[in-house]
Ligand binder design. Structure first.
Ligand code: TXA
Ligand code: MG
Length: 344
C-alpha cells in the first residue's frame, strides 16, 4: 500500500497523558486507525462496530481477509454485550486472568462488525492490563479490534519505534508509550468447541490454565506445522509469521551441540542464550538466559528484527524449553523458521 497518510504522534510519555488518551479516542470514534500500546505487543486499533474502520486495518497490515481480529474491552459489561452463551469455564478464566495477556474465543452475539470475525460465528475477546490501553478503550466508548501493529508476516512490534518502522504513513496515529512488558502476544483459548482448546500460547501459561480448566486441549498448530488444506482452529496460526528475511533455522539440543554446530558456519549468525555466548565464535545475538523464559519472551521480537540488520547466509536460533512462557517463545520461533526445526 502507498504511504500517503501523515501519521500523527500521540506521545503519552512527554506530552499530556489525559489529552493524548482523549485524542486517540476521538480518532477511533471517527473511524480512524491508531496504534496503541498493550502489555503484550502494540496493537493497531479500530472501532470493532465499524466495518469501514476494520477494512482500513486489514489494508494497512496487508492482512489476509480470513484471519479474524481480537476485540479489546475495558470492562466486563462489554464481554456480555458482544458474546453469547458464555460457558462458566470462560467466565472463570476471565475472572482469574483479566485484565491481562489472555484472550478467549466465544460465541458472538453479532454486535461487533462481521469483518472482525472474518465470517466466523465466534469472537475473540481480551481485556488488556496496560493502563493506557484500557484508558483509550474506555474513552472511545467502543470495543476496539486490534491485531498486532506490524506488517502481516513480520515480527510483532514491542515498541513504538517498531510500529513506526512498519506502518508510518499507513495509519492515522501512533500512541507513544513504554515498550511492551511481556513482549509476546496474548494466550488464546477457544471456548467455542466441546472442550476448551489452547490455540496460541502466551504469558498466561498452560500450567496456569490447567489449574482452572484441567480438561484443556492443546491445538496441534501450537507445536507443529498445520497440515496443508486443513481447516485451522485459529486462522492466524497457519501462516508463516514473525520471519526475518534471512533464512532461519530453529535448533533443539544442548549447549554443547548447538555451539559445535554454529561454530562450523562462519558466514552465519547465531541467536543464543547468555551462558553459551563466550563459546560461540561466529556472530551472535543473545536473547537471555536459558532458564529465564520471561526475558527470552521480552527480547524475542526485537531480536528477530535485529537479525535482518546483520548480513548473514542464515541464522541458527537455539530453541528454549517448552515449559511456562517458553512454550510461547517456541511457538513463535517455529513460525519464524518457517517450521525448519533441526533436532541435534
Ligand atoms: O496480545 C495480543 O493478543 C495482541 C495485542 C495487540 O492485544 N493482538 C494480537 O492480534 O496478537 P493478532 O491479530 O496479531 O492475533 C490474533 C490471533 C490470530 O492468530 C487469529 O487467528 C486469532 O487470534 N483469532 C482471532 N479471532 C479468532 C476467532 N474468532 N477464532 C479463532 N481464532 C481467532
Ligand atoms: Mg499478529
Amino acid at each position: 500500500m502507498e504511504k500517503t497518510l501523515k501519521t500523527e504522534r500521540i506521545d503519552l510519555l512527554q506530552g499530556d497523558y489525559e489529552k493524548g488518551v482523549q485524542r486517540a479516542a476521538q480518532i477511533l470514534r471517527e473511524g480512524g486507525i491508531v496504534a496503541i500500546p498493550t502489555e503484550t505487543v502494540y496493537g493497531l486499533a479500530a472501532d470493532a462496530t465499524n466495518d469501514a474502520a476494520i477494512a482500513k486495518v486489514f489494508a494497512a497490515k496487508g492482512r489476509p481477509q480470513d484471519n479474524p481480529l481480537i476485540v479489546h474491552i475495558a470492562g466486563f459489561e462489554t464481554l456480555y454485550e458482544i458474546s453469547a452463551d458464555l460457558p462458566q469455564s470462560a467466565v472463570s478464566c476471565a475472572e482469574k486472568f483479566w485484565p491481562g495477556p489472555f484472550t478467549m474465543v466465544v460465541k458472538s452475539s453479532g454486535k461487533v462488525a462481521n469483518s472482525v470475525s472474518a465470517g466466523l460465528q465466534t469472537v475473540a475477546v481480551r481485556m488488556p492490563l496496560d493502563n493506557a490501553a484500557r484508558d483509550i478503550i474506555a474513552a472511545s466508548g467502543r470495543p476496539l479490534a486490534a491485531p498486532s501493529a506490524n506488517i502481516s508476516g513480520s515480527p510483532s512490534p514491542t515498541s513504538a519505534r517498531h510500529v513506526i518502522n512498519d506502518l508510518d504513513g499507513l495509519i492515522d496515529a501512533v500512541v507513544i508509550s513504554q515498550d511492551c512488558a511481556v513482549g509476546v502476544e496474548s494466550t488464546v483459548v477457544s471456548f467455542a468447541g466441546d472442550l476448551p482448546r489452547l490455540l496460541r500460547p502466551g504469558a498466561v501459561t498452560l500450567e496456569q490454565l490447567r489449574e482452572i480448566i484441567p480438561d484443556i486441549a492443546v491445538d496441534t498448530a501450537v507445536l507443529s506445522e498445520p497440515e496443508k488444506g486443513a481447516k485451522a482452529a485459529s486462522p492466524g496460526m497457519k501462516y508463516k509469521h514473525y520471519a526475518p528475511k534471512t533464512e532461519t533455522f530453529l535448533i533443539e539440543g544442548d549447549s554443547k551441540d548447538f555451539t559445535e554446530l554454529v561454530n562450523q558456519k562462519p558466514d552465519c549468525l547465531a541467536v543464543c542464550f547468555d551462558e553459551e555466548s563466550e563459546k560461540i565464535r561466529i556472530r551472535k545475538i543473545c536473547y537471555g538466559s536459558a532458564n529465564d523464559g520471561k526475558t527470552l519472551a521480552n527480547k524475542l521480537f526485537s531480536v528477530l528484527r535485529q537479525v535482518d540488520e546483520i548480513p548473514a547466509k542464515a541464522v541458527y536460533i537455539h530453541a528454549p524449553s517448552k515449559n511456562g512462557i517458553g512454550l510461547a517463545v517456541y511457538n513463535r520461533l517455529i513460525r519464524a523458521a518457517g517450521f525448519k526445526v533441526i533436532v541435534l
